[in-house]
Design a protein around this ligand. Sequence first.
Ligand code: IMP
Ligand code: MG
Length: 188
Amino acid sequence: MKYLYEFSRMTETIKIHDKKFRKFISSVKIQKAIGKIAGRINADFRNKKPIFLSVLNGSFLFAADLLKKVNVECEISFIKVASYSGTKSSGKVIKLIGLNENLRGRTVIILEDIVDTGNTLENVLQELKAHHPEKIIIATLFFKPKAYKKKIKLDYIGIEMPNEFLVGYGLDYDGLGRNFPDIYTLKT
Ligand code: IMP
Ligand code: MG
């Protein structure tokens, strides 16, 4: 059987599909960053009964690890961003799928794996506003400030990253690598 990724403990490099990656951020550092976000959320949202919305697929590990450290009364739900080719000339139409909760008057905390250009986040926000929540808060585990093109304020940021392609801890390269507990970057 041929594995699509190979792992070397000595060099801490991995191969996924055709590319080599090297370990960049350890799981220990990631968990510390998540602990800090959880601490701030616990202080800021007592008695607010927030609803967390985890944007799949990338944020599944972040959502799971964060929620284990959150101790305020809260709900969690999972959404996906689906894009369709619209019939109008404007092209792409974005829809949120999986949202069954009534958000009217609620405090919503969006959980993102990574904010890169900010396009996805802008689309999610636009869709969510139509559900009339009282407040929308954004928590992202990773952020690439040099790639960011929007003005939307990010309320909680775990770790700032260089403008490089990353894989691991929820992030994939062509479907693979989401399961790694650490973050890897392309080997140059
Ligand atoms: P944005 O719309 O440009 O902000 O990108 C957001 C989405 O692109 C993220 O939620 C990820 O799913 C994906 N993405 C952005 N940067 C990376 C990366 O370095 N590795 C893997 N996926 C990424
Ligand atoms: Mg994502």
